[in-house]
Design a protein around this ligand. Structure first.
Ligand code: SF4
Length: 341
């Protein structure tokens, strides 16, 4: 396993597609696929261990490249078993990754940026500021690194950053995650979460088959604008229209994440507006508890209010569920990541 720092002349294999590996190594398809399979399906050790590849090719690759997967600098485990990792890339940018396990699935929540420039006031990542886009290598490392034990079944882009603000690298990472020569994760088991940046969402929906989750916060534009500054340029209604057309075209899940704050966005008027916004759309709703930041006066809606929302949405024909929160004691829950392990 290499560290993140390498000389400029050496190329990281992690982040390359099978055809880019073929180009780099000037090798045939059979060998490039063997290298990609070794890189993305195992926890890659030394390059001399690549199976089914001539020794001469391995030696050539060692002269010009390195695996590129790097280890986290630290980690912390929650009482509920959730693990949060802190990574630092070769540019010194820090980013966090969360590993969540239950009986059936191992989910990695990855970051797409170090920090974020969207400035949502309730979010610790937004307060941390923007330190830069993560490379494809940085994104894939979060799934392949030592410490991410077991077979990863699901990936969610819900860590630090706004994925649509780094859409090209996110799309390339999704391509490698889903490719048969890559991690071979089903596109339906990858979800990208966004506050809704229209050009990025349009590109995402047109380029890959994975799921999309929109963070809504409020069905009322003026109110949403106070929590999500991106609403000003990219209204949620515009994003929901794009999502509606995507649900009818492809088998993938479109959802709205609705973080519930007591007395702020959990009134009867909010419920009715939410129903009106999503009725007949095929978009499901995930209701989430709110996590307080230090000094924050807002608190989460109580369970009975969340249950009422879920019930009312379901009987009006909108799929809805309440998501349990994990890792709040280690600041690994939604909106709490700020590279502060
Ligand atoms: S909620 Fe998402 S988009 Fe908003 S500041 Fe936090 S990470 Fe960025």
């Amino acid at each position: 396993m290499s560290g993140p720092v390498k000389e400029d002349t050496m190329k990281s294999l992690c982040g390359l597609t099978a055809s880019e590996i073929a180009e780099l190594g000037e090798c045939n398809e059979k060998h490039s696929l063997a290298i990609a399979n070794w890189l993305y399906k195992s926890k890659p050790g030394g390059m001399e261990l690549i199976p089914d590849v001539p020794r001469k090719l391995k030696e050539k690759l060692k002269d010009i490249s390195f695996p590129g997967v790097f280890a986290p600098v630290s980690s912390i485990r929650s009482a509920d078993g959730t693990v949060k990792f802190l990574f630092r890339n070769e540019s010194g940018q820090e980013f966090e990754t969360v590993l969540l396990r239950d009986a059936k699935r191992t989910t990695v929540c990855v970051s797409s940026q170090s920090g974020c420039r969207m400035g949502c006031p309730f979010c610790a990542t937004g307060k941390y500021g923007f330190r830069g886009n993560l490379s494809v290598r940085d994104i894939l490392t979060q799934v392949l690194a030592p410490g991410i034990e077991g077979k990863v079944t699901h990936v969610v882009f819900m860590g630090m950053g706004e994925p649509m603000d780094n859409i090209d690298n996110v799309l390339r990472a999704c391509e490698i995650m889903t490719a048969s020569w890559g991690m071979a994760i089903s596109p339906g088991k990858i979800t990208v979460s966004t506050v809704g940046i229209t050009p990025g969402v349009r590109k995402y929906l047109g380029s890959c088959n994975s799921n999309l989750a929109l963070s809504l916060f409020s069905p009322f534009p003026e109110e949403r604008l106070r929590s999500v500054p991106a609403e000003k340029s990219y209204p949620a209604r515009e994003i929901i229209e794009l999502m509606k057309s995507a649900t009818s075209l492809k088998k993938r899940r479109m959802s709205v994440a609705y973080v519930m704050i007591r007395g702020v966005n959990d009134t009867a008027a909010h419920l009715e507006a939410l129903k009106g916004l999503l009725h007949g759309s095929g978009i499901r709703v995930n209701l989430l508890p709110y996590h307080q930041l230090p000094g924050d006066v807002n608190i989460s809606s109580p369970p009975e209010t969340m249950n009422k929302f879920r019930h009312e949405l379901v009987i009006s024909g909108i799929s809805a569920s309440i998501r349990k929160s994990k890792g709040a004691d280690i600041s690994a829950a939604c909106g709490l990541l700020a590279a502060g392990l």
